[in-house]
Design a binder for this molecule. Structure first.
Ligand SMILES: [Zn+2]
Length: 429
């Protein structure tokens, strides 16, 4: 499941995007939750690396598909005027290249497929640096993350543990094909050194700022509908979502330097009471790439900066065909239909496979390289649930009357197939 909540808590989710502190001085940056101050100077390195047409196309069709306030980014024939701070009325001018031929090289640490060194036909991933990012934490944190449910006395389903299992099957297979593989997380423990208690004051401030003048410390019981307005709930989310993902981004961007990050998830539909979860009949698949930023997200100086850095690095040119290819191979192997979002308010369908959406999720925005975010299988579908309960095994087994591979191997295998297909073609092996 991606890091967002379903309808029930939409209000709380959007409220969190509001700036935490009203401007302290008149030039204070307008930042998202735990956001870093944007280093606008970095964008100077992208002068004349992109044409007007490519920039305008990426803004309109990928990153700002819900529109953007005209003073935030104003595009002329020769340049884009980018607002860096509204209160101070400061701007950065990004000059476009006159045409494709006069584009300056794009500064970046990751390598697109076509610039990787030559490889053998049987090692299509040779030299490729892949970081595996199993979503969430799992283990003892799974209940806190609300990525935990249990049917009767069967084994509890914890998304964080399931995706780590997939990553551990995936890693040796990718290495066998020549890739250098890194784990962003390889245990059920967080990367961040912070814990919920470290965020109590911030949680209180966020709640007060969002119209809860006297936030309660804790919920009365787990089913308390107002639990999201408690200091405990907010401080836990600041820990496992915002702090954890930001630390993962530091690891990816400053230590691992991958050419590609695979964010691994299982999807779910609202299951209600985690101790009496609703099992459903439908099951589906989709993949996500960074894009489709909401107007109110673009108002935040850090998110607007991160969006532009992502756009100018041209990660989309790599991640879209990758996601399309992996999406098609996962669909072929899993036989899952494409997920259709019930609204177009937060996502934009992109690419040609029918399985890929653009969406502004934290990890794909912060990781400075192509990122493909996989969301196969509805964990609380009857089919996926039975397969998760069956665990990992060799070959096939009869599950609900059908011979199936282990869900973990099917997931990993279909990702491998997609990567092989993409890199064989892109590297012309
Ligand atoms: Zn997830």
């Amino acid at each position: 499941m991606p890091h967002f909540r379903r309808v029930r808590i939409r209000t709380a989710f959007f409220a969190l995007f509001l700036p935490i502190f009203p401007s302290v001085s008149y030039t204070a940056d307008n930042l998202g939750v735990l956001g870093s101050h944007p280093q606008w100077k970095v964008l100077e390195k992208y002068q004349e690396t992109i044409t007007h047409d490519d920039f305008a196309r990426l803004i309109q069709n990928v990153y700002c598909t819900h529109g953007i306030a005209p003073d935030l980014i104003a595009i002329s024939d020769s340049s884009a005027r980018i607002l860096t701070n509204r209160a101070a009325q400061t701007f950065l001018t990004l000059r476009f290249a006159k045409d494709e031929a006069s584009c300056q090289p794009v500064p970046r640490l990751w390598r697109p497929a076509k610039s990787l060194p030559p490889a053998r036909q049987d090692k299509p991933l040779a030299n490729l640096r892949i970081a595996l990012d199993p979503g969430h934490l799992g283990g003892k944190w799974a209940k806190m993350e609300e990525r935990w449910f249990q049917v009767g006395d069967t084994a509890p389903v914890k998304e964080g543990d399931l995706v780590l299992r997939v990553a551990r099957i995936l890693a040796p297979r990718l290495r066998g094909l020549g890739a250098k593989v890194f784990f962003v997380r390889n245990s059920a423990e967080p990367i961040t050194l912070k814990r919920p208690d470290d965020f109590k004051e911030l949680a209180r401030k966020i709640l007060i700022k969002n119209g809860v003048p006297q936030p309660r410390e804790d919920a009365l019981d787990p089913s308390d509908p107002a639990k999201e307005q408690t200091i405990r709930w907010q401080s836990e989310m600041l820990f496992y979502r915002y702090s954890e993902i930001r630390r993962r981004a530091v690891l990816v961007n400053t230590k691992l330097h991958p050419d590609l990050v695979l964010c691994l998830h299982f999807n779910a539909e609202g299951w209600g009471d985690p101790k009496e979860p609703t099992l459903i009949d439908h099951n589906h698949l989709h993949l996500l790439v960074s894009g489709s930023y909401l107007e109110q997200e673009l108002e935040l100086d850090d998110e607007r900066f991160e969006m532009l850095r992502k756009l100018l690095s041209r990660a989309y040119d790599e991640e879209l065909p990758l996601a399309d290819t992996i999406g098609a191979s996962m669909a072929k192997e899993t036989q899952l239909p494409a997920y259709e979002y019930p609204t177009t308010q937060t996502t934009t369908k992109v690419g040609s496979s029918g399985y890929v959406y653009a969406r502004n999720l934290l990890a794909p925005r912060l990781y400075r390289c192509p990122v493909v975010y996989c969301e196969p299988y509805v964990m609380n579908s009857r089919d996926a649930f039975a397969r998760i309960q069956a665990g990992d095994y060799d070959g096939t087994r009869s599950i609900n009357g059908i011979e199936r591979k282990s869900i973990f191997r099917e997931y990993a295998g279909s990702v491998v197939d997609g990567l092989v297909e993409y890199y064989r073609k892109a590297r012309k092996l």
